[in-house]
Design a protein around this ligand. Structure first.
Ligand SMILES: Nc1ccn([C@@H]2O[C@H](COP(=O)(O)OP(=O)(O)OP(=O)(O)O)[C@@H](O)[C@H]2O)c(=O)n1
Ligand SMILES: C[C@](O)(CO)[C@H](O)COP(=O)(O)O
Length: 230
């Protein structure tokens, strides 16, 4: 996959569940914005050829400034995202000209190079792959009256993360088909699964959290000081 891999890092969300005045992707962890930690890991990998950062329309310039300040290479474009995550990803995909693409949440700064490689290898073997971890809790389906309606077998349940890796042409096609059908997914794999294509899971790490709510930020602040090699 050398020189054939593009990465779309999405960082155009508003962070309503975090509830901070500053969007969570720009909050500082060890004096560096969250999304910069994320970009650093991808930019350091020889497998990565091109990176597109998707952010809020009002944040494009300051992201470019941060990228320059922290000397992050390989980011060819910083562009404005859309209303939903899916819209932001699609805008990013339109900027790439690589054979493969990885989509990653800007707010998952604990991704490691080893797990990115694992996801790439699984994609090369199966056609598409996402990083994931087996669920630890028992998961229940609950109706709108708060009553449990089903308990899926835990051994087959995985909690899905990013990065998610696809052939660029297949992910573009899946996005365009979803748009035509008015289908919104919560991740990119859903759109590809919808096209009848297989997507493999590569086992990741429980530390690859998506910083979503205030407790995540507290955990992230501690982990940033204790983590080893990225
Ligand atoms: N319109 C959107 C919505 C989300 N994202 C990005 O998608 C990732 C995962 O989304 P999530 O954690 O849900 O972020 P927010 O949408 O910012 O959070 P919330 O749902 O709490 O508002 C984040 O990196 C976020 O910036 C994006 O690029 N464009
Ligand atoms: C793509 C994702 O991070 C996989 O876990 C997740 O589905 C994003 O969901 P969100 O609702 O945008 O947080």
């Amino acid at each position: 996959m050398n020189n054939r891999l593009g990465v779309v890092v999405v960082a155009a969300g508003r962070g309503s569940r975090m509830g901070t005045p500053e969007s969570k992707q720009f909050l500082l962890l060890q004096d560096k914005p969250v999304f910069i930690h994320t970009l650093e890991t991808f930019a350091a990998m020889p497998e990565v050829h091109d990176i597109v950062l998707v952010t809020g329309s009002a944040d494009v310039e300051r992201c470019q400034d941060w990228i320059r300040k922290y000397g992050i290479g390989k980011v060819s474009k910083v562009i404005a995202g859309g209303r939903e995550r899916q819209d932001s990803v699609y805008r990013g995909l339109c900027q790439l000209d690589t054979e493969w693409v990885m989509v990653h949440d800007g707010v998952r700064p604990f991704i490691t190079r080893q797990h990115i490689k694992d996801c790439l290898e699984a994609a090369a073997a199966f056609g598409a792959a996402v990083l994931a971890v087996p669920v630890k809790d028992t998961i229940k389906q609950v109706n709108d009256q708060g009553i449990i309606t089903a308990t899926p077998e835990r051994s087959s349940l995985w909690s899905i993360q990013t990065p998610q890796t696809f052939r660029l042409s297949e992910l573009m096609e899946a996005h365009e088909d979803a748009q035509t059908a008015g289908f919104m997914g919560t991740d990119d794999a859903m759109l590809v699964e919808r096209m009848g294509r297989q997507v493999a899971v590569a086992e990741g790490s429980y530390t690859n959290i998506k910083i979503t709510t205030p407790e995540d930020l507290e955990i992230a602040a501690v982990w940033m000081t204790t983590r080893g090699e990225k």
